[in-house]
Every structure is written in C-alpha cells, then in structure tokens.
Ligand binder design. Structure first.
Ligand SMILES: Nc1ncnc2c1ncn2[C@@H]1O[C@H](COP(=O)(O)OP(=O)(O)O)[C@@H](O)[C@H]1O
Ligand SMILES: [Mg+2]
Length: 132
C-alpha cells in the first residue's frame, strides 16, 4: 500500500487545527500508520527541504518551521500521495481551491499549514528522514 509523509506545520498546530485536519484524512479512508509531535531542528529541516536551499523564501521557511511544534505523520492508502496533495490544495493559498485545507484555512504562501510528499521518491526519502 502506498505511503506518504505529512506534516501539520507550526501554524496548524498553534491554531488548533490538528483535529480538523486529521479528521479529513480519516473520513477519506486514509490510515495513520505513524505519528509524532516534535519541535524540528535546523538539521532535519535542511534535509527535508534540501531542494529549496538557496531560494528566496528558504530562510523564512526554516524559521517558520522551527517556530513551534509540528505533527509528523505517515499516511497509508490507495494513491495516497496524489490524494493528499489534492486535499491540501495549491502551495499559494490564492490558488488553492475552497474545500482544500489550504483553500479553507491559509492566507499566506509560507504559512500554509500542511506539507505532503510530492512523489514516491520524495515520500520514501522523507519517511526515512523523519522516522528512521
Ligand atoms: N514563493 C514562496 N514564498 C514563500 N514561501 C514559499 C514559496 N514557495 C514555497 N514556499 C514555502 O515552502 C514550502 C515548500 O515549497 P514547495 O515544495 O514548492 O510547496 P509544497 O509544500 O506545496 O510542496 C511551501 O509549502 C511553503 O511553506
Ligand atoms: Mg514540496
């Protein structure tokens, strides 16, 4: 069964959206197979966001992700990687459809509440980073 890595980012945790978000995954029939709440350090975030190093938003992204606790999960289900990306909506909340998590709850591109792996390769890599 396919697996993906999901993070409820510090704004999602701080705003009390954990229950709302997890409930959407469960109602969709997806299974949480691992879950932990941690304060991420720079080292793990640099690995996780290696593809974005050097981009204009990278330092803001690091500081935001270190700014509070995150809930990191592995979700399992049929086509879960694509499904979760669809349920989260576009990266920029202006482009995210209403009914998606970002469309419903976010208004900034950096603080956009959730992360999900974007491919099988990313999912494998990210699960190793957070749950090895
Ligand atoms: N142009 C941007 N300005 C500010 N923050 C950004 C921008 N692009 C991406 N980010 C932040 O970096 C994260 C990782 O970017 P990316 O991998 O492109 O998006 P996604 O999380 O949708 O896969 C985004 O979720 C967002 O928090
Ligand atoms: Mg991404």
């Amino acid at each position: 069964m396919e697996k993906t890595l999901v993070i409820i980012k510090p704004d999602g945790v701080e705003r009390g959206l954990i229950g709302e978000i997890i409930s959407r995954y469960e109602k969709k029939g997806l299974k949480i197979v691992a879950c932990k709440m941690i304060k991420a350090n720079r080292e793990i975030l640099e690995k996780h966001y290696a593809e974005h190093k050097g981009k204009s938003f990278y330092e803001d992204l690091m500081n935001y992700m270190m700014g509070g606790k995150v809930l990191v999960m592995v979700l399992e289900g049929n086509n879960v990687i694509q499904l979760i990306r669809k349920m989260h909506g576009s990266t920029n909340p202006i482009d995210a459809d209403m009914g998606t998590i970002r469309g419903d709850f976010a208004n900034k591109t950096t603080e956009n509440i959730v992360h999900a792996s974007d491919s099988k390769e990313s999912a494998e890599r990210e699960i190793m980073i957070w749950f090895s």
